[in-house]
Ligand binder design. Structure first.
Ligand code: SF4
Ligand code: ZN
Length: 327
């Protein structure tokens, strides 16, 4: 029997929209060592990915997690791979360089067309980008950075992200120079951030952040996507009882509203996976019992098709109820 360290946290085949085209995408969340950012300054306040991490994972384990997943998809290999970890792909402790090269090579041999990896901005260097591009070429690389909000008060002070604007811009400029794509994550409605728990403010922040990210991508000439993550509440988390007292998770109607308002700005996709860290539907973005599953499915479809008309054709009584409450 395989040990836990040889099994990824999560895998899924889903739809994505890359360069305006709907493609099938394989998402793999590798079980890695815990993100090291938690060590010195404390972890990002909203993040509990370390609960899925394992300190004993070896370089060989990481490679075999990828090999096994690719093997399971061999007959129907998707065009794109999202290779997630529990921290930073470019951190040599979390992902030893030998494993990094081997994994990228295995993925290249699998015959996909594009690969996404994730990194904190400060780990993105010319040398690391060059190395991975050399192994992967001609397959296209995209690097995702967790920005969460472009409002520094929210990102730095409240969420403790420690991602300064200068560091972020430097990383994006390196991506542009290396002709590597850029994906910026935006977090929708984290707790203890928006006055009176108002959905409206959370929507405004997510829309502005997404638009700012597309502007940054343009500034540094890199093709850009936005990953919108509606906040989910892990069972164990860093928020105090007071901070959660009046908090409600984002509504799926708010997710749709952000998509409606950012559709023209560029490709935004929604991450609806809570990494197994919540139990029951109440830990994730939802709407009423009648429409939650339909809306989730509609959002997943939009991720691939970008068919806004179809997404906006959904309706439910609860949508008007929440709009009335917001006024
Ligand atoms: S959000 Fe990213 S950088 Fe922050 S603690 Fe989680 S994995 Fe680490
Ligand atoms: Zn409803």
């Amino acid at each position: 029997m395989k040990s836990k360290d040889e099994i990824p946290v999560w895998t899924e085949v889903r739809s994505a929209n890359i360069n305006g085209k709907k493609v099938s995408s394989l998402a793999i969340t590798l079980r890695t060592k815990p993100c090291r950012f938690q060590g010195s300054t404390g972890s990002c306040k909203f993040c509990e990915l370390r609960q899925n991490a394992s300190s004993s994972v070896s370089a060989d384990n990481l490679v075999s997690q990828v090999q096994a997943t690719l093997k399971s998809q061999k007959k129907n290999m998707p065009e794109h791979i999202d290779l997630f970890g529990l921290g930073t792909f470019f951190d040599d402790v979390e992902m030893p360089p030998s494993a990094r090269r081997k994994i990228v090579d295995e993925i290249k041999q699998a015959g996909i067309k594009s690969l996404l990896i994730e990194s904190r901005a400060e780990y993105i260097t010319e040398r690391r980008l060059k190395e991975i591009v050399r192994v992967l070429s001609p397959i296209r690389l995209e690097v995702a950075i967790g920005i969460e909000s472009t409002n520094p008060l929210i990102r730095e002070t409240l969420l403790k992200k420690n991602c300064r604007k200068e560091t972020l811009e430097k990383a994006i400029s390196l991506l542009g120079k290396a002709k590597v794509g850029f994906l910026g994550y935006v977090l929708l409605k984290p707790p203890s951030v928006f006055d009176d728990n108002r959905e409206k403010e959370a929507i405004e922040d997510a829309v502005k952040s997404a638009v700012d990210i597309f502007t940054l991508g343009k500034k540094y000439s890199t093709s850009t996507r936005v990953g919108l993550n509606p906040f989910y509440l892990p069972n164990k988390n860093q928020f105090s009882r007071e901070e959660l007292e009046n908090y409600t998770l984002p509504s799926l109607w708010s997710v749709i509203e952000v998509l409606r308002r950012t559709h023209r700005a560029g490709t935004v996709f929604v991450g609806l996976n809570s990494e197994g860290l919540t139990t029951g539907p109440r830990g994730e973005a939802c709407s009423c019992n009648n429409c939650t599953e339909d809306l989730k499915q509609a959002i997943r479809e939009y991720n691939g098709s970008r068919n806004l008309g179809k997404l906006l054709s959904y309706n439910c009584e609860c949508k008007y109820r929440s709009e009335r409450e917001e006024k």
